[in-house]
Design a protein around this ligand. Structure first.
Ligand code: NIG
Ligand code: FE
Length: 381
């Protein structure tokens, strides 16, 4: 049985062949869906017959957000660290170890319940595709169980055993890299699609990160990288070198980094929730876009640097402080996220794509930035 979603005031398709501009916009639109698949997109006046019809009452409809970067498998709480930061303390990668201790002590059920709740929270904010990383287990058993639980919630699972060096390897970081590339990889690869490394101050250097990524790639995992978050560094160049789907954070970029991204298939995934919650300067999206790089926006949802599940919040920051237009920001959080996951069935509303549609309770998606902090995401079906 098919359904016509009709009387859409403004439809964002992200398909410039059927609508106007980067976001492929159609006014007075309709979409025919059959189960989970889109069968037709166009002007209401040209709609095909359908078994049932839903009236969108002139609201704006966009593709569901593709949140391509999150760390949802954790226990514990870092309120005290956040409070200290807001009174002047700097963020450091070392805070991750606090969450590692709590995660190791938690039961499977607790980790599962918390991750499920966060995915449900994301859904209420319009996210229909989510990537989830491990990285708070940092031993063979806990990394593998993190990924097993993540796999229950999404196919986009990422092994990041190389998040930081855990305390028991403090005097032997290369030994830890060996573990990440050996026994831990063996236990995690069956549950993961991607491999990631935190390549930054206080985490892993470029040689260690390359070693880990290459080990994962030999096992069939695809690379992505935490790069250039805390300071300028080699991460972005390494991401391009290994044809990573995405270099994430990209907060401190040189001109050479921007050129490398622009000349590659590696997406620059910007995570403004992290700069917001660590009180750091935002990345300059305009510089990347003007150079021709592909930009995605994601939440980085995690208990340390960015405890938000809201893509609309990230869009509001991107428009207010990162020199993105509302159309660029919505594209980055939908089609951009899909590219960062090398997917073409999500982030776009075209025939054959997933019927992941989200209604915005407003005449335009611009309201996502214009009305910050307001719940505008509605349900369709
Ligand atoms: O993406 N940068 C590395 N990892 C996370 C932070 C994790 C934490 O502080 O717990 C991030 O910001
Ligand atoms: Fe992250």
């Amino acid at each position: 049985m098919n359904t016509l979603l009709d009387n859409i005031g403004l439809l964002v398709t992200n398909d410039p062949s059927v609508g106007a501009g980067l976001t492929g916009e159609i006014a007075d639109a309709a979409v025919l869906v059959d189960g989970d698949v889109i069968r037709w997109v166009g002007h209401s006046a040209d709609s095909p017959d359908a078994d049932t019809r839903i009236d969108l009452e002139r609201r704006c409809v966009i593709p569901g957000f593709v949140d391509s970067h999150s760390h949802l498998i954790f226990a514990g709480d870092r309120t005290a660290e956040f409070t200290a930061r807001m009174s002047g303390q700097a963020y450091s990668a070392g805070g991750i170890r606090t969450t590692v201790a709590a995660t190791r002590a938690a039961s499977d059920d607790e980790l599962r319940r918390r991750a499920k709740d966060l995915v449900a929270e994301m859904r209420r904010h319009g996210t229909t595709t989510v990537e989830i990383k491990s990285g708070y287990g940092l031993d063979v058993t806990n990394e593998a169980r993190s990924l097993r639980i993540a796999r229950e919630l999404t196919t986009e699972t990422t092994y990041i055993g190389a998040h930081v060096v855990p305390p028991e390897y403090a005097d032997n970081p290369d030994g830890y890299v060996d573990l990440v590339c050996g026994e831990m990889l063996d236990a995690c690869a069956p549950h993961a699609k991607w491999i990631d490394v935190f390549c930054d101050r206080g985490a892993f250097d470029a040689d260690q990160a390359r070693t880990v990524l290459q080990a994962g790639m030999r096992r069939g995992l695809m690379p992505r990288l935490h790069a250039n978050q805390l300071e300028p560094g080699p991460g972005v160049q390494l991401a391009v070198e290994v044809d990573a789907a995405s270099a994430d954070h990209c907060t401190h970029l040189s001109d050479a980094d921007i050129d490398a991204l622009a000349g590659s298939a590696t997406v620059a995934t910007l995570l403004p929730g992290a700069e917001f919650s660590t009180r750091a300067a935002y990345p300059d999206a305009r510089r990347l876009i003007d150079a021709g790089a592909t930009v995605a926006l994601a939440t980085d949802c995690n208990p340390g640097s960015s405890y938000t599940s809201s893509i609309p919040f990230c869009i509001a920051i991107a428009v207010r402080d990162m020199r993105m237009t509302p159309a660029e920001a919505v594209w980055a959080a939908t089609a951009g996220g899909a590219r960062a996951l090398r997917r073409d069935d999500v982030g776009v509303l075209r025939v054959g794509a997933n019927a992941d549609l989200v209604a915005v309770n407003a005449p335009s998606y611009v309201h996502l930035a214009y009305r910050p902090g307001v719940q505008l995401i509605g349900t369709i079906r």
